[in-house]
Design a protein around this ligand. Sequence first.
Ligand SMILES: Nc1ncnc2c1ncn2[C@@H]1O[C@H](COP(=O)(O)OP(=O)(O)OP(=O)(O)O)[C@@H](O)[C@H]1O
Ligand SMILES: [Mg+2]
Length: 511
Amino acid sequence: MFGKRPTGPQNPPRQFGGSAPRPAQGGSGGVATKPRTPAPSPASSPKPAAAEAPVIPASRTPKPKPAASAPIKAKPAAQVASIGTERSAEYYAVKTTIFNALIDTIDLGQLARLDNETARDEIRDIVTEIISIKNVAMSIAEQEQLLQDICNDVLGYGPLEPLLERDDIADIMVNGAGDVFIEVKGKVQKTNIRFRDNGQLMNICQRIVSQVGRRVDESSPICDARLADGSRVNVIAPPLALDGPTLTIRKFKKDKLKLQNLVEFGSISPEGARILEIIGACRANVLISGGTGSGKTTLLNCLTGFIGEDERVITCEDAAELQLQQPHVVRLETRPPNLEGQGQVTMRDLVKNCLRMRPERIIVGEVRGSEAFDLLQAMNTGHDGSMGTLHANSPREALSRIESMITMGGYNLPTKTIREMISGSIDVIVQAARLRDGSRKITHITEVLGMEGDVIITQDLFLYEITGEDENGDIAGRHVSTGIARPNFWERARYFGLDAQLAAALDASEA
Ligand SMILES: Nc1ncnc2c1ncn2[C@@H]1O[C@H](COP(=O)(O)OP(=O)(O)OP(=O)(O)O)[C@@H](O)[C@H]1O
Ligand SMILES: [Mg+2]
C-alpha cells in the first residue's frame, strides 16, 4: 500500500555538477549522488568518490606520505596462533599406528549407534589397551592428548574440533592438510593446526558433506554444506584445488550480534543505529551491500529485529543463517542439483514462489542473479519492508550490480526502465565494510531518491569518515550525518508514528 513516493518538495533531487558520474551509455553508471545540504566540513563537500569509500580528509591524515620512489613493503604475516600443544612428526606416526589398530578392533557400525559420551568411553578403553599392548612409552598428558585427537578423528571433525568449539572464530579456512587459517576479530591468522595428510582432510570433508546428503570427490569437486550447528561450509577438492582439499567454514554464531553490539563495537554510532531501527520498523525496502565477510548477513539479521510481531515474513536463503525472532516466519532454502544434475531449486524459484504465499515482507539472504528482478517487483507490489543483501563496494555500485543482474537475467528491458524499476523499489542502501584493520563498519546509509533523466539519484544520510590510524594500525574514524534533516522516507516514518524519533536521531547526529 505504501509504494514509493516521488521525491518530496523538501528534498528536491539534484545531481552532482561536473564531476557526477554521468550515465555511461548502457554501462554501470547511471546513478548520481545528491550533494549534502549544508556543507559543514571539507569531508561533506560533494565528491563522487564520497559514496564509494570511507573518506580520509587530507588535513587529518596523520602519517606523512612516503617518498614516491620508496618501495611498498608487503605487510609481514601475523604470528601463528597456537591452538593446543604442538604435535611432532613422531607423535603423528604413533597416532597412525594406534588409530589403525583401533579401526581394526572396533565395529564402526555399532559405535555409530552409541551416544557421543558412551562412544568416547568405548574408544578410550580400547585405545588405553592398545597403548599397553603395543608398549608405547607415553606420559599421562601425551596419552590424554592422543585419546582426545583419536576421539575427534573417529567421532567428530578431527583437528577442526578445537576450532569449532570456539565461538570467537568467524571463519576457518583450510588450504590443504598443512595450512589452517582462522579469522578472529576481523583478522586472519595462521594456526598450528594441521591434518595428518590430504587423505584425512578429504575424509573429514566427505563426512561433513555426507551429513547433508551430498558428495565431494574428484568427479564432483565443489560442494556447499552445513554443519549440524548451522555453520556454512564450502569444499573444493583436487583437481580443481591444486594444493589439496580446501575447506571454508563460516562459523555460525550462537548469539547473533544485535544492533546494540554493533554500536558497542563502534560499527555504527548510536544515532545511526536508531535510524536503522526506524528504517527497519517503517517498512522501507532495504538493500544491504558489502564485500565478502563485511557483516551483511549480521546487519540484515539486526534489521529484521524491528519487524513487527504481526507481520508474515518469508526468508529465502542459500544456507539458512538468519535468526528471526518473530512468531510468523517461513524459512526457505535453495537446493543445488543432485548428482544427475536434477532437482535444483534456485533463489529465483523461491522468490517467485514466495509471492504466492501471502508474504508481508520477503527477506532474501543474498541477491546474486535474476531473482533481483522478482525481489524488486515484490518490493514494488505491496511487499514493502522487503530486504536483501548483495556484494558491492559502494551504494552506487550496488545499484549498478542490481541493474546488471537484471540485464544478465535475460530480461529484454530498456536500461531506463530497469533503472526506473530499481529507483521505484529500493528506498535505502546500507553499506557494510571490513576495513583494513579488520574492524567492520557501516560506512553509508544512503537513500535512493528517484530518477533524473536516465540517472538514479541517491542521497547519503550517514557516512563513516576515517580520521587517521593509531600506532597499532587501528583505524580511527567517526560516523557523521550529512546534515539531511528530512530524509525521503520521512513520510513513511510519519505514517508509522516514528517521525519524532527520526527527527530526534537526526538532530542528535554529529554533522
Ligand atoms: N559489526 C561487526 N563487528 C564485529 N564482528 C562482526 C560485525 N558484523 C559481523 N561480524 C562478524 O563477522 C563475520 C561475518 O559476518 P557476516 O556473515 O554477517 O558477513 P557477510 O558479509 O554476510 O559474509 P558473506 O559475504 O560471506 O555472506 C561473522 O562472524 C559476524 O559475527
Ligand atoms: Mg552473508
